[in-house]
Design a protein around this ligand. Structure first.
Ligand SMILES: C[S@@+](CC[C@H](N)C(=O)[O-])C[C@H]1O[C@@H](n2cnc3c(N)ncnc32)[C@H](O)[C@@H]1O
Length: 266
């Protein structure tokens, strides 16, 4: 069949399916009640499920939840900021403990320098600049947090975490870990996980995230490693590559969302 004919027949099938009330696509105009609930109840201003890229990650999480099913384990996000994605996680996994790891005051100085790709930021010129991104991100996150919560300039990180949790649909399930990851994961060595979101931009914390969570992930569990295909944050891909040397090749698939999340399934 020629391509033109193929598209015509696809369009005809969609038209017939619509007329018969069938769902053929996962698009926002034709979605599940859960998706609608996500959008109406928990989608914050910074994670817009009507934006096709955010939709891709949000919906991928929802579908991953179906695959995870009854697998035991907690869920976690390392790199929470003000909890845009964590809120979706909390809504979709209401019965699971949700660990929230963040400094709640931007990047830590220890995360820049040393290993390959660490702390690099790709400039518009294409060059890799080292170090400056730390100040850039930290300032950005601090300002964004204050703006988000309409909070004073000197708001302490513990209080930021409280603001974040107060907005969660199931705050009682949340366990805040305030400070630098992986130091803050020390009490959680015995935990096991079903789903983890890693979103800490730089090589060092992303590597530490994979090193900590991958062995603690149940078989069939899922990790979303954000920024994997973000050319301005090459440290993330370096971290994944280096951890594959340690653990062996991951079963993985890239999402076409904002900043290119990598899905790893154990
Ligand atoms: C891109 S933001 C996270 C965005 C968030 N996932 C969302 O849904 O909007 C990155 C976050 O990682 C945190 N972070 C980076 N390195 C960290 C580390 N070593 N320990 C704890 N938090 C870290 C920063 O404080 C910042 O809040």
């Amino acid at each position: 069949m020629g391509l033109g004919l193929f598209w015509k027949s696809l369009a005809l099938h969609q038209w017939i399916a619509k007329k018969c009330g069938m769902r053929v696509f996962f698009g926002p105009e034709n979605t599940e009640p859960v998706y609608k609930m996500l959008h109406d109840e928990v989608s914050p201003t910074h994670f817009d499920l009507h934006d096709p890229y955010d939709y891709c990650r949000g919906r991928a999480l929802e579908l991953a939840r179906e695959e995870i099913g009854d697998l035991p384990g907690s869920i976690a996000e390392a790199g929470v900021l003000y909890g845009s994605f964590a809120r979706l996680m909390n809504r979709l996994f209401p019965d699971r403990k949700l660990f929230l790891y963040d400094t709640f005051e931007g990047h830590s100085k220890e995360d820049v320098g040393q290993a390959s790709g660490n702390g690099y930021w790709r400039l518009d010129s294409g060059e890799l600049e080292k170090g400056e991104c730390l100040d850039y991100f930290t300032q950005l996150y601090k300002e964004a947090t204050r703006e988000e919560f309409n909070a004073p300039e000197d708001i302490p990180p513990v209080q930021v975490a409280e603001y974040v949790i107060a907005r969660m649909p199931f705050p009682e399930r949340c366990v805040p870990r305030v400070g630098r990851f992986p130091d803050t994961a020390a009490p959680d060595g015995e935990e096991r996980f079903a789903f983890v979101s890693l979103d800490m931009n730089f090589y060092k914390p992303m590597r530490a995230g994979l090193e900590f969570f991958y062995p603690r992930l149940h078989e069939g569990g899922v990790i979303f490693a954000h920024d994997y295909n973000n050319p301005s944050q090459p440290g993330v891909k370096h971290a994944v590559r280096d951890m594959e040397e340690l653990f062996g090749p991951f079963k993985k698939f890239p999402l076409p969302d904002h900043s290119g999340t990598l899905v790893i399934v154990k």
